[in-house]
Design a protein around this ligand. Structure first.
Ligand SMILES: Nc1ncnc2c1ncn2[C@@H]1O[C@H](COP(=O)(O)OP(=O)(O)OP(=O)(O)O)[C@@H](O)[C@H]1O
Ligand SMILES: [Mg+2]
Length: 399
């Protein structure tokens, strides 16, 4: 039974949390101030801490900081900060102090339990071996040649395949800042943190980032887009570049779903990416746009070897055959993904990507092949078995 440390100075909050947690099957220890919290953290070794911000003796920020300091990166007890202050600044302060999540009081019991469950499974199942080897640090961008061609579908599912089939450490970034779709595709509410939670911080570091990333059940970490288009303006190209650079030091693959608009922000991502996959369908406007994008990338000196063309819905009738599209572009498609409307749309509607919920579907297998092709470029040694990583390459194809 997991032991939860509740730290709150109000007797009624203590009682309520104690009751809720016991009902849910946890054992509970209670501290009424910051000093006592630190003592109980040491003596009781709780599996998770619910930590109020305003406490006598030592406040919640102080407690979180002390714990993280003493842990020294060797352990990590999940901490959920309970705050009555709604300001973003306070949230960031809690996250910087080392909290993993925060809840604004008053909160719903079900939400508390769900967040706790997420954190417990995340920190309980950390894979020590794969954390020990240095990350590959490669950035792979997916760019849709026009709206609705499947850039989001392919980037999300490729990220999942790299994680589940190739055992890579993967973060997926929704860089479609105004109209990002990942919350819809992955069934995540607007309460989940986004990239704008980083913008109020003077400096982005790994600790702050870890607290803003959202964990998907597949094991892929997510950096989500803001929930409203206005908020997107808070993120500038420098912010984003710094964030992506930091993510590369933490993950094997940083998979980025990029915006179609070729502004500074997108160009800077494409420029820094190790591979750019242009997703398209075989129709005239895509052919025109792909030519324009290839030209724009050539102008910024982008190495053509890093560029891949992915033809989505390759067997759908568009009046233009694969061969005709290839000869119009004077190059071959590196990737072809077939048209499977039912699988794609039902994954989207249920918020469970097909690579995760239907790994055996042909569409998922094609995505696994794409993931394998990516991994073969960046982790070619011993067919992708980097030191310490289980050799699971080809697991998908073998099925
Ligand atoms: N291979 C496929 N077969 C059938 N349907 C697909 C396939 N790939 C994507 N789709 C469907 O196409 C639609 C658009 O996909 P998606 O949102 O991934 O495209 P996008 O390029 O990211 O679009 P946007 O311009 O809105 O960002 C979705 O309904 C998706 O389910
Ligand atoms: Mg999209």
């Amino acid at each position: 039974m997991t032991r939860i440390l509740v730290v709150d100075d109000e007797a009624n909050v203590q009682r309520l949390l104690q009751y809720t947690l016991k009902q849910a099957g946890y054992t509970v220890v209670v501290a009424g101030d910051g000093q006592e919290a630190l003592k109980l953290w040491q003596s009781e070794q709780p599996g998770l801490i619910l930590l109020d911000v305003s406490l006598p003796k030592l406040d919640g920020y102080g407690v979180a900081e002390r714990i993280r300091n003493d842990e020294g990166g060797r352990n990590h007890v999940p901490i959920i900060m309970l705050t009555s202050e709604k300001e973003v600044e306070q949230k960031v302060r809690g996250l910087r102090a080392g909290a993993d999540d925060y809840l604004v009081k008053p909160f719903h019991q079900a939400e508390l339990l769900a967040r706790m469950k997420g954190l417990l499974s995340r920190f309980g199942s950390a894979d020590a071996a794969s954390r020990a080897r240095p990350p590959l640090g490669k950035m792979i961008a997916f760019y849709g040649a026009k709206g609705g061609v499947g850039a989001t579908t392919i980037s999300i599912n490729t990220a999942i395949a790299l994680r589940t089939e190739l055992d890579r450490k993967v973060v997926l970034v929704d860089a479609v800042l105004q109209f990002g779709d990942h919350r819809v595709f992955l069934d995540l509410g607007n309460d989940r943190k986004s990239i704008t939670d980083l913008t109020t911080a003077p400096q982005v570091d790994a600790d702050l980032l870890k607290n803003v990333l959202v964990k998907h059940d597949s094991g892929v970490d997510l950096l989500l887009a803001p929930t409203s288009p206005e908020e997107a303006d808070l993120v500038n190209p420098e912010n984003l570049a710094a964030t992506l650079a930091m993510l590369r030091t933490m993950y094997d693959y940083v998979i980025v779903d990029v915006d179609k608009r070729l502004g500074d922000l997108t160009l800077s991502i494409l420029d820094h990416a190790d591979e750019v996959h242009i997703v398209m369908t075989a129709d005239l406007s895509c052919l025109k746009n792909v030519r324009l994008v290839l030209e724009a990338l050539r102008r910024i000196g982008f190495d053509p070897k890093r560029l891949k063309l992915a033809l989505n819905r390759s067997n759908a009738f568009t009046g233009i055959s694969v061969g005709a599209a290839e000869s119009a572009l004077k190059r071959e498609f590196e990737t072809k993904i077939t048209n499977e409307y039912r699988v794609a749309i039902s994954a989207q509607n249920t918020g469970s990507p097909f690579a995760y919920s239907k790994p055996d579907a042909p569409l998922s297998q094609e995505i696994v092949e794409l993931a394998q092709a990516i991994d073969a470029v960046f982790a070619p040694q011993a067919a992708g078995a980097a030191p310490g990583a289980p050799a699971r390459l080809g697991a998908g194809a073998a099925r």
